[in-house]
Design a binder for this molecule. Structure first.
Ligand SMILES: [Zn+2]
Length: 486
């Protein structure tokens, strides 16, 4: 192209005060999910609806055409052409929590940082995208494609926003989401939330098929219950088992447990109440995408129980758990392990374990897998083994792996924009989590967090550097312009 080169950062600098004004006003709206004030047209409550209305007003004032899709999501569009470029961000925030140095909805600027819930995730970047689009529009640059800013409202909870939006609205040809990290995330693992269940009846059926009869004689104890974990995507930091001692006394069992804890370097305790022995284990909770970094209280406790002589059903439960889940963070023992050079290994987190002697055995499992090891390949192997022990599997949630070819013009263009403006190499990132970018059929995550900056999203004193807001706006402006002219 022969046009005079545009200084994107200068264009942003000219609008700095206005950008800061709107960003801060937007952050002062508490847009936390609030079912109590939900109504037609505001399915996630008043605050979220107000934040959505605010950002749409800024877009309308800039001359963009807006559409609010029943309050679930909205968009603002400009330009012309058959194809569409999408920029997807969200206006909802997670609850603020305690311990802030400045009020979480004051959006004060301290030491060059805007401090507010949503500053980084994702209202600051949302306003950056709005101003980026405004700059491209105000410069009157020729565009071959339409540009659409899409605003979601339920990213932090269930993504009901984009699910509803894309039922009726056009899917962009390509786009990006300013809701993660710079330089660029192009590959995300597949995510599953699996629930494995076994009722007492399921157990009896499986045991009968395997030719095992009830022979609960000379056992050390009956396992009455075991509970550990809160969420499928967290490593359990606490687990408790209740035993009813039989051939061994409660003090003898407690002593064995103490020795086990000492030997393994684990934290736990035991106490005796009437005829029961309660064993507690403390682990270390980390995010379920990297379970090897934590200590799983539930499976560490099971590993102890596996050395006792328990009642038949408990034996099956602890043996299966010990063999297949104890320190098996990559599904090795289940035969589903696989490593991909690009995205890393399949990971398996045992997030919740609940066992009741006369009730159900339930596991909540989080498996994250690279695109080169599809669900269809590993799931039958898993199902077969679950079947053998009378466990059934429900797929509570499943997000397919998401990936855009590194050679795709979407990726190479954004890389070039990043390199030109920052002077840094735009290294491509593959991750185990899920970014909003995967809601677009062909979408990547592009910012707003620059390399080396602490990630304060979802934490107290969440903040965005004013400089980073300006830099991101300039990057988004050029990105929009270049993608719209590919
Ligand atoms: Zn976000």
């Amino acid at each position: 192209m022969t046009h005079h080169p545009i200084s994107w950062s200068e264009e942003v600098a000219k609008r700095k005060e206005e950008l800061l004004h709107h960003t801060r006003a937007f952050l002062r709206i508490k847009s936390v999910l609030d079912p109590d004030t939900a109504r037609e047209g505001a399915p996630f409550g008043q605050g979220v609806a107000e934040a959505l209305a605010y950002v749409l007003k800024v877009c309308e004032e800039a001359g963009m055409k807006t559409k609010n899709v029943d309050g679930y999501a909205a968009h603002a569009e400009f330009g012309q052409g058959e194809e569409l470029i999408g920029v997807l961000s969200h206006v909802d925030v997670v609850p603020e929590g305690d311990g802030w140095l400045t009020p979480p909805y004051a959006a004060e600027i301290v030491d060059g940082k805007i401090i507010a819930r949503g500053a980084l995730d994702d209202k600051g970047p949302t306003m950056a995208a709005v101003f980026a689009a405004r700059i491209v529009k105000e410069l009157g640059l020729p565009l071959k494609r339409r540009v659409r800013l899409i605003f979601g409202t339920d990213e932090e909870t269930n993504w009901r926003c984009v699910n509803r939006y894309f039922q009726t609205e056009e899917m962009p040809t390509m786009g990006f989401s300013p809701d993660a990290d710079f330089p660029l995330i192009y590959a995300e693992k597949g995510l599953t939330h699996l629930v494995w269940r076994q009722t007492a009846e399921d157990y009896r059926r499986a045991a009968a098929q395997a030719g095992e009869g009830p022979a609960d004689r000379n056992i050390s104890a009956i396992l009455l219950s075991l509970e550990g974990g809160l969420r499928m995507n967290m490593v359990p930091d606490r687990a408790t088992a209740i035993l009813k001692p039989q051939a061994e006394t409660a003090p003898a069992l407690a002593e064995r447990y103490r020795a086990y804890l000492d030997r393994e370097g684990l934290n736990g305790s035991s106490h005796v109440t009437e005829d029961r022995l309660v064993l507690s284990m403390q682990g270390v909770s980390v995010h379920g995408m990297d379970p090897g970094k934590g200590i799983n209280a539930a499976t560490e406790l099971v590993h102890f129980l596996a050395r006792l002589q328990l009642d038949e059903r408990a034996m099956q439960f602890v043996r299966f758990t010990d063999r297949c889940l104890y320190r098996q963070h990559y599904g090795e023992a289940l035969g589903i392990a696989h490593t991909d050079e690009e995205s890393g290994p399949l990971s398996l987190n045992t997030g919740i374990v609940q066992y009741a002697a006369d009730g159900e055995l339930v596991y909540h499992i989080n498996i994250r897998y690279p695109h080169s090891h599809p669900y269809e390949r590993w799931n039958p192997i898993l199902e077969q083994q679950l079947h053998e022990v009378g466990l059934t599997q429900e797929v509570e949630d499943h997000l397919l792996p998401h990936r855009v070819e590194p050679t795709d013009p979407l990726v190479t263009t954004l890389q070039r924009v990043y390199r030109e403006q920052t002077g840094e190499e735009a290294t491509l990132i593959a991750i185990g989590g899920a970014t909003y970018g995967r809601s677009l059929e062909k979408g990547v995550a592009f910012g707003p967090l620059f390399p080396g900056r602490p990630d304060s999203a979802h934490q107290r004193n969440e903040h965005l550097y004013v400089d980073d807001l300006l830099k991101a706006t300039a990057l988004y402006a050029q990105a929009i312009y270049e993608l719209a002219n590919l």
